[in-house]
Design a protein around this ligand. Structure first.
Ligand code: COA
Length: 162
């Protein structure tokens, strides 16, 4: 299995993967247009030439990035694919000097295993909620906000307090 940046030829598979979970309310759907526009932010897991997992890193602010559209095909669940995708995105955020990586999720146990911590949604900046207007759960969002603190976190806090 290979973890690599997404390519244009992956878009159809990425959309299908996301769509099956969007249909059961686990994530927002993605149009081909939106996948094209944000292609550079996506990473895929590929097994024998087939896309079996996808995840995107969306930069929200200087100190904050969000993991979006994380999906692993059901047949590959429990084999470490999700973990590798998230680790890759966290590494990418660190390479960009970002202090916090956010996930809005129902998969709290999965993210806890990857050292994410539950935070109060009210503690997050307003820009996090910009795309929530597209979600049918806008008025009764029950996703949990979880954050991973990268090695830049202490440095960022010190700058803020100085
Ligand atoms: C959540 C998801 C990405 C996890 O992917 P995965 O490849 O099955 O996860 P991994 O095999 O890497 O799991 C890593 C660890 O988390 C655990 N884990 C994974 N999913 C879990 C779950 N739903 N509940 C509890 N633990 C879970 C695994 O058992 C493993 O634990 P271990 O380190 O003790 O072995 C996958 O289940 C999925 O695509 N779900 C549907 C879409 C979704 O909800 N996406 C998240 C949107 S934020």
């Amino acid at each position: 299995m290979e973890i690599r940046k997404a390519a244009s030829s992956d878009i159809e598979s990425m959309q299908q993967l996301i769509q099956q979970f969007a249909e059961i309310g686990l994530m927002l759907p993605r149009t081909v247009k939106s996948l094209c526009e944000h292609l550079q932010s996506f990473t895929v897991a590929v097994d024998n030439g087939r896309v079996i997992g996808v995840a995107g890193l969306h930069i929200l602010w200087k100190d904050l990035a969000e993991i979006r559209s994380l999906a692993v095909e059901p047949a590959s669940h429990g084999h470490g694919v999700g973990r590798q995708l998230v680790r890759q995105l966290v590494q990418e955020a660190e390479q960009l000097g970002i202090a916090q990586v956010l996930s809005l999720t129902y998969q709290t146990q999965f993210f806890e295993k990857l050292d994410f911590h539950v935070v109060r949604k009210e503690s997050l900046p307003h820009k996090v909620w910009k795309d929530c207007i597209y979600c049918k759960k806008f008025y009764h969002c029950d996703e949990v906000a979880m954050v991973y603190y990268t090695r830049y976190y202490d440095r960022f806090q010190a700058t803020k307090e100085a």
